[in-house]
Design a protein around this ligand. Sequence first.
Ligand code: ATP
Length: 298
Amino acid sequence: MSGVTVRVPAKVNVQLAVGAARPDGFHDLASVFLAVSLYDEVTATPADTLTITCEGPDADRVPLDRGNLAARAAELLAARHGLSPDVHLHIAKAIPVAGGMAGGSADGAGALLACDALWGLGTPREELLELCAELGSDVPFSLVGGAALGVGRGERLTPLPVAGPFHWVFAVADGGLSTPAVYGEFDRLAEGVEIPEPVASPALLDALASGDTTALAAALVNDLQPAALSLRPSLAATLAAGTEAGALAALVSGSGPTTAFLVKDAESAEAVAAALTASGTCRATRPATSPAPGATLL
Ligand code: ATP
């Protein structure tokens, strides 16, 4: 039997408002997710046991054991239905690894949908979303795509109206940043500081809904950016290079170290990407547009 392939988008947080650390160590968030047209593809084929392979520029940094979110997704879905997770999962990886663009979460959502189709389970959408939330706080959004507001730890999603297209350039940094380490640095920088309740910005939501790139550029905000810059000071030069080249706005994507540049149009994306490459401040550039659809069976 041939395999089932699912394509899943990366995300950028156009707003990431982070509250103070809770007693359990997690943070309440107001996270405005926007899916972008950088995709991983997850292919599920029948196998005797659960195995994973991965191809792509960062493939050597992706765990191929049960630590891979795609494997955990297959196990979770199989357990829910009393099945054994006998499947081969192949990940064609284009989303930067440990880059703050939810690549692992994308693969988790992709594996869930691919295994559901391969095993003919027809799991209702609501139940798939619950399984996604069990896998990780960014996983439900990878399934849904488009734009959404995430509250709680980011996993309680409300879809948002979004026009577009918005044009982006992403600058891939050397190496990754650990999301828990970035939150740890956020907590360290926040010591003795009053942290407000995280709320979504009305101006940002309006800009998304109306497709107004200039207004979106003015409203972009990432509360994790100072922490990511503190751990990786060299990102400041990348942000400056993109802004000098004409990007309307620049920010760290999620917990970083990928940086995101919002630009006027496709032509400007080309110019900003070329300038970022010439600056030598990043490893690679990736133009993309948004919104992008969520996990999709190919
Ligand atoms: P987020 O934006 O959701 O915080 P991220 O984009 O910064 O995540 P990921 O690419 O999701 O980071 O990977 C974070 C870590 O998760 C990796 O260093 C890796 O050890 C582990 N991981 C587990 N499964 C995967 C996967 N399928 N692809 C990449 N990394 C994975």
